[in-house]
Design a protein around this ligand. Sequence first.
Ligand SMILES: [Zn+2]
Length: 486
Amino acid sequence: MIAYFPTAYPDELLYSKLARYYTKSGYMAYAYAAEELYVSKIVRPDMEFVNAYTSDALRMITRDRPMEDVVMKHTMFPYYGSFLPLERKQRAFQALVSMQGNYHNLLPIPTRKSSSDRCLRYCPMCADQDRQEHGETYWHRTHQMIGLAACPVHGCYLMDSGIVISGKAPPMLKSAEEVIPATDVVTMACEIEQRLVAYMREVFQANVDMQSDVAVGQFLHSRMANTKYRSIRGEQRNIKLFHSDFVDFYRELSGNWFTELWQIQKVLAGDRINFCEVCMLAMFLGVPVAELVNMNLPEKSQQQLFDEEVYRLHGKGLKYPEIAQRLNASYNVVKAVGERRYGTYHKLPKVPLKSGAKPQNWAQIDNDTLPLVKDAIRQLQGDGTTSPRRVTVFAVEKMLHLSSKKISLYLPQCLAEIRRHEESQEQYWAREVVWAANHLRDAGSPLVWRRIRELTNMRPENYRACLPYVANYADEEMVAQLSCIR
Ligand SMILES: [Zn+2]
């Protein structure tokens, strides 16, 4: 009968909690504890995952939370499972929850041969902090992530405890408190390493998405859209440039094994799933953690968006050279697209790109974004104290961090709102001049050309071009004054 059972600390391995239980319960020998805890008393306690527990032990383990949460928050499942294909991920999770040993086949856990003898690791500063806060330290999950050499919280290098994770040593429960010495010397990791480990920790501690079936390789590939690593139409990958920039970005990372072009290609193709490598690619591409842990594919590919924009502009009467210039693309590509020389998929009824792409409710997004767009327009127009800026679709997209052309392609209400406030260059200059004139008047400065020019950086010919419009923004007296200063 288990009487006392400790409560888990944040990010504590289940193994660590059982080890704390063992040391504090005063068993005569480990075998007695094993008998109470494990269905098989000769089993090696799994340090990263779970074992088959006795009903008594299981009752204590799930006293505060269901087994699902124990697996998610106190085992290494998020590390090995997060980016697995959906079905395999669900099966591995269920195997862990029901404590069946077959999860080893479902999760990409390195074999002993490839990883030699891995040890439980710890951060000296975390250990110190734990001892101050809790009177003891414990085995942290995060520190056991393969590919992580530094503590995501403190930025110092982790230490090997000598407790082998998958060795041949006899079964035992070793608590961190008995093993980890007090250390006063730590070595700090370099900046890029600290950034990466912090990113990995955030991904690791997020809730694993158990529903999405977006393949991580495809997701990462989609995030290369509109970067220099994809051609303007998106159909070609400049993978060599990507590779050299990527290697350069991580060149100071200690013990980095992920440096080969073929490795990157395998991840993008979905043939290789490794948590650390996924995080390295995602961080390099600037993918926010929230988007990596809840992966969505764009409804339309970069290629489709590009082609549609060509058709749209052509439909408005623009010639191919103009379109090419506007889209910053080559004339040949634009012409080939315009003449439908790249196949005919656009004529087919629209089908989802793949089953994993969640359909986006654009009408809802349009509604939700409208207030933000109105606000952005107000900000661009200026509040009288700051200099106004010209309202354009591009400026609003940039302000709201929306990808280029999102508004014109998907958000008709937002687009209409911007169009209502859009100004010609001359109108915008007029508004800027009036703003400057008001500014001078409020400051008690004389309304002279030199001061207007200082505030607006405007050329005389631009000033003359905008004069017909100043009446839209200023009273008669100011219009009269402005008309005679230049
Ligand atoms: Zn630490």
